[in-house]
Ligand binder design. Structure first.
Ligand SMILES: Cc1cc2nc3c(=O)[nH]c(=O)nc-3n(C[C@H](O)[C@H](O)[C@H](O)COP(=O)(O)O)c2cc1C
Length: 227
């Protein structure tokens, strides 16, 4: 994903820093350099395909072109999953009690990015996370490592437990389904291919991604252009 992010970050770096003497190589490195999260390009809230068409076209597909996805496309997928849609902070997907226990990440060969719904921003979480490592922990489902980006949905159950106690885990898992479907439909609307992956070792992937205590991996969604 480096070239796409690089083009994006050059414009952001110029705007933010006022000079281009040593442009960082990705939007995430730029975010780290300025010690702040970086705004993504505005989401497309209209779309060009009718919902019925998108529903009819959605399919789980696992063959990806060897082509990076640009930042605006990854940003649009983030927005579809968890973007804010009103001033009160409600999001594209429903959430029990509006407690929003879910987090969204994007992994590529180069970057590990965390989506911040407030302000439609992204923050850097690390460099080159191994997509092959992710595929290995998905019980060897090799197509996971051949996608240019894998979206990861995680959940922090404690946020929902505060109000819903014993049923919080069930509610959180249902919410992950809403978010995944939003992302899958958005991918379809953008003529991308994607597949929801539930077959993996969640504890091992949480360690691979160095997630905090209490944050569980709920779903992987490899996405790319059709192969
Ligand atoms: C909860 C869940 C977990 C899934 N896990 C995997 C998986 O680990 N690997 C995979 O290749 N497909 C996975 N899938 C995709 C299904 O195989 C796919 O949805 C099914 O074959 C129906 O095809 P369709 O999605 O194209 O309608 C999963 C789907 C769901 C809903």
């Amino acid at each position: 994903m480096t070239r796409g992010w690089t083009a994006f970050v050059l414009s952001v770096a110029l705007a933010v820093a006022g000079c281009a003497s040593s442009a960082p190589t990705s939007v995430l490195q730029q975010a780290e350099r300025f010690g702040t999260a970086t705004a993504l390009p505005p989401a497309d809230t209209a779309g060009s395909k009718l919902l019925g068409t998108v529903l009819a076209e959605r399919r789980s597909l696992r063959e990806f072109a060897n082509e990076e996805l640009p930042p605006d496309v990854i940003g649009q997928l983030f927005w579809a999953g968890q973007g804010e849609t009103d001033a009160a902070g409600h999001r594209t997907a429903p959430s029990a009690g509006a407690l929003y226990p879910l987090e969204l990440y994007a992994l590529t060969a180069d970057d590990f990015a965390h989506y911040l719904p407030e302000g439609h921003r992204v923050e850097r979480r690390g460099d080159s996370t191994s997509l092959q490592g992710l595929a290995d922990l998905a019980f060897g489902q090799e197509f996971v490592s051949s996608a240019p980006v894998v979206l990861v949905i995680t959940g922090v159950q404690a946020r929902t437990e505060a109000k819903y106690a014993a049923v919080a885990g069930d509610l959180m898992n249902r919410e992950a389904g809403h978010v995944a479907q939003n992302i899958l439909l958005q991918a379809t609307a953008l003529d991308l291919v994607a597949v929801p992956v539930g077959g993996f070792d969640p504890a091992a992937i949480a360690r691979l991604l160095a997630l905090g205590p209490g944050e569980e991996v709920l779903y992987l969604i490899p996405v790319g252009r059709p192969g």
